[in-house]
Design a protein around this ligand. Structure first.
Ligand SMILES: [Zn+2]
Length: 91
């Protein structure tokens, strides 16, 4: 009997149902929002605006992409500020 990938997916899903998902951080969006992926069934979760874990739907993926862009431009600006202020102090 050959085990098809479909059957294998079913087994891993059953494993998660029985023992729970084994989530690992797959992406850090901001310091508060992260994306998680189950290492067995590849189910994805994310942190919602209330700090709870919720299923990573296409909508949340979009929100996270926007959040990531805002967060990165913010930290970039913060870095520039630090560099500028330290340069100012040296003068
Ligand atoms: Zn799982």
């Amino acid at each position: 009997m050959k085990i098809t990938s479909n059957k294998l997916a079913l087994i891993t899903k059953m494993y998660c149902t029985l023992f729970g998902h084994e989530y690992q951080v797959s992406k850090k969006v901001t310091s508060h929002v992260k994306e998680y992926c189950c290492k067995y069934c590849k189910k994805e979760l994310t942190t919602d605006s209330n700090g709870n874990l919720t299923e990573l739907t296409p909508t949340f993926r979009e929100i996270n992409a926007i959040l990531e862009r805002i967060y990165q431009s913010k930290t970039e600006r913060l870095k520039e500020k630090v560099i500028n202020s330290s340069a100012y102090q040296q003068v």
